[in-house]
Design a protein around this ligand. Structure first.
Ligand code: G3P
Ligand code: CA
Length: 269
């Protein structure tokens, strides 16, 4: 029988690699998802933004300087906003050296290259539309890109992909465009408001500090737009003891910079 939920949870919460496995490789790079794959981590999370010439790339901050050498390469271009650079410029950047010399030459991935690698690794993706308010039309564009990459076929949409955002308006737009796509709202709405989110979200994904037993019960009492119980993926948890407590509270997934450590702790429980 097919899994009842996108995450396919049966007993233990699923450990999701936050931006890959930043405990072992630079965040949001292909090296980081390969590391997740080699550790047996099935689900990874990433962050998607748009370049000046309209290409979707995988990067967390809305500026380039923390996780690339943009400051050295383009000294006159402060504050190095992602949306001020073309893809050709971004592709010249080193997205690995800041983390460790062993990762020198790692690039900022395009979304299409990232999806290809995830497919190659047989992994599952929690795709975050990061700051979509900065990138008008990014919802349609994300859908188009997913379609081109084959990620809107039944197999992917059913259990390999969730698109999440802090921006509810953006998720509602996405839901209008592709009702079949699973969506996660990043935040912890109060119980009385949850029903309005359940109209478009299959997951409610809170900062782990906001998780209580009552809140988990309130979320799990509701079904999402696909008629299944809402899921909870809590972030960002690197303390194994905390992960175990969240598991006892009933969360469905734990997003972590060290997902292999969390997975091992949960399995020992
Ligand atoms: O997946 C949840 C988490 O990634 C949200 O926060 O800032 O890491 O994108 P942030
Ligand atoms: Ca994120």
């Amino acid at each position: 029988t097919p899994p009842a939920h996108a995450l396919g949870r049966q007993e233990l919460p699923v450990a999701i690699g936050h931006r890959g496995v930043p405990a072992q490789a630079p965040e949001n790079t292909l090296a980081s998802i390969d590391r997740a794959a080699s550790l047996g981590i099935r689900w990874v999370e990433n962050d998607v933004q748009r370049t000046r010439d309209g290409q979707l790339v995988v990067l967390h901050d809305t500026t380039l300087e923390r996780t690339t050498d943009a400051r050295q390469r383009f000294p006159g271009r402060a504050p190095w906003k992602v949306g001020d650079f073309t893809l050709a410029e971004i592709e010249t950047l080193d997205a690995g050296s800041w983390y460790d010399r062993r990762f020198a030459g790692e690039r900022v991935p395009t979304l299409s290259g990232y999806l290809r690698r995830i497919d190659h690794n047989h992994q599952h993706l929690l795709l975050e539309m990061k700051a979509p308010e900065l990138y008008p039309g990014v919802e349609q564009q994300t859908v188009d890109e997913l379609r081109r990459a084959g990620w809107l076929d039944r197999r992917h949409v059913k259990d390999r992909l969730v698109v999440q955002s802090f921006n509810a308006t953006s998720l509602r737009t996405l839901h209008r465009l592709r009702p079949d796509l699973k969506k996660g709202f990043l935040g912890a709405p109060k119980a009385a408001d949850l029903r309005s989110y359940a109209a478009f979200a299959d997951q409610i994904n809170p900062d782990h500090g906001n998780v209580t037993a009552d809140w988990v019960r309130a979320v799990h009492a509701l079904n999402g737009p696909h008629g299944r119980r809402l899921e909870i993926a809590a972030w960002t948890v690197d303390d194994p003891a905390r992960a175990v407590r969240l598991g006892r509270l009933g969360v469905d997934a734990i997003i972590s910079n060290a997902p292999h450590v969390i997975e091992a702790a949960l399995a020992e429980e």
